[in-house]
Design a binder for this molecule. Sequence first.
Ligand SMILES: NC(=O)N[C@H]1NC(=O)NC1=O
Length: 174
Amino acid sequence: MDISTVNALTYEEFVELFGNVVEKCPIISAAIWSHRPFKDLTDIEAHITEFIHSLSDSGKEGILRCHPDLAGRDLQSGTLTRESREEQSQAGMTTLDSAEILLMHRLNSEYKERFGFPFVICARLNNKADIVRLLSERLKNDRAAERELAIEEVKKICSLRLHNIVLSGIQTKL
Ligand SMILES: NC(=O)N[C@H]1NC(=O)NC1=O
């Protein structure tokens, strides 16, 4: 799919296609649609980044709260979004043994208790061991630093989702 195809999408088509590039935050694609025509994919990403950075701290934390836990309840009950399921599967979260699931639950709860939002990391860029190590390490950060770090991870997830949509040409959805 080239950029002229993207620029020709109606608002409804655009949100249908890009609505989940930031997990469960279709408002972001709804907002950036009005910035068409986009020069290229990098331009779309820049508008998404600008939107996210313009949010207050509570707005950024709201974005983080839209993310499902890694190896959490949604994964166990099969209610993850398609994108999240694929990402969690790629990071090995779908094949944890019961001790590893318990460890993830314990660390996720500890993290949420401390920061008030879930631990977010780009699962496609990390394996199981990285995730457990970074979850433990990031628990030591202060809330402001952790919020910013987690938002950087949201941007990485978003970038990979965007590239996936455009490069794999999910034309069937158009
Ligand atoms: N909590 C969390 O990091 N969730 C996610 N990360 C990712 O790459 N996909 C997700 O759903």
